[in-house]
Design a protein around this ligand. Structure first.
Ligand code: Z5A
Length: 212
């Protein structure tokens, strides 16, 4: 900027229920933003490449049973183990496009019997707060028509319905809620505009902490 200080990157989170197209859209965002000259890195939670991520992967693939409380904490720990890298990149001016974050953490666990949103939020308090949260909605009927549905744990329509209700309860005014039942190209155009606007708006703003 005019004073020669480096502007920070933006933290942009894409949330949504299963099969809403988050992964498809996030990769396209990375491609399109990079080719327009933005410095962008794609991240995905759960990050299955770490030791904790592998434990989560075995749980999701139904290879391993884990207590519901313990697995909730693993998902959170999997985010915390990436925070120092995230802060470094943001500080260097790289924007992060993040496929799922703490909001998935809260909404999926809180859909289980005996859990409430307030307990579920606790371990993620203090994570970097996103500059923008996009929430992609998709009806369970539309989701069921998309590929590979029902292979992993959590992929049953009644559970997904509870998750969607939790997202609706968690949504704040600042969230961008977008109907994902449209072509990949049209959805991408909308998301690209949101990302560019966020990067412009937040570059000189402080980065806040989640749920504080
Ligand atoms: N979970 C949790 O419990 N706690 C946590 O803290 C976190 C996650 C972070 C795995 O997540 C599970 O972990 C997830 C939440 C829980 N449980 N469930 N269910 P994941 O993100 O690794 O995996 P996933 O939810 O199964 O997401 P996904 O497979 O990555 O789905 P997606 O990213 O939303 O969609 P996609 O892969 O881009 O697209 C799905 C299919 O639809 C594919 O065949 C596409 O070609 C097709 N598609 C995409 N867009 C369109 C459009 N626009 N039209 C038609 N078809 C499309």
């Amino acid at each position: 900027n005019a004073h020669g200080t480096q502007t920070r990157g933006s933290l942009i989170v894409i949330e949504g229920c299963d099969r809403s197209g988050k992964t498809t859209q996030c990769s396209l965002l990375q491609e399109n933003l990079t080719s327009s000259g933005y410095s962008v890195k794609l991240m995905k939670f759960p990050d299955r490449t770490t030791v904790i991520g592998q434990m989560i992967n075995d749980y999701l693939a139904c290879k391993q049973d884990v207590d519901d409380h313990a697995v909730h904490l693993l998902f959170s720990a999997n985010r915390w183990e990436r925070v120092s890298m995230m802060l470094k990149l943001l500080e260097q001016g790289t924007s992060l496009i993040v496929d799922r974050y703490a909001y998935s953490g809260v909404c999926y666990t809180a859909a289980k019997r005996g859990f409430d949103m307030s307990w579920c939020k606790q371990p993620d308090i203090g994570l970097p707060r996103p500059d923008t949260i996009v929430y992609l909605t998709l009806s369970s009927e539309a989701a069921a028509k998309r590929g590979n549905y029902g292979e992993e744990r959590y992929e049953q329509t009644d559970f997904q319905k509870k998750v969607a209700d939790n997202f609706a309860a968690l949504t704040e005014d600042s969230w961008k809620v977008i109907d994902a039942d449209k072509s990949i190209e049209n959805l991408q155009a909308e998301l690209l505009d949101i990302c560019k606007e966020t990067i412009k708006r937040s570059s000189d703003q402080p980065l806040y902490k989640l749920w504080t």
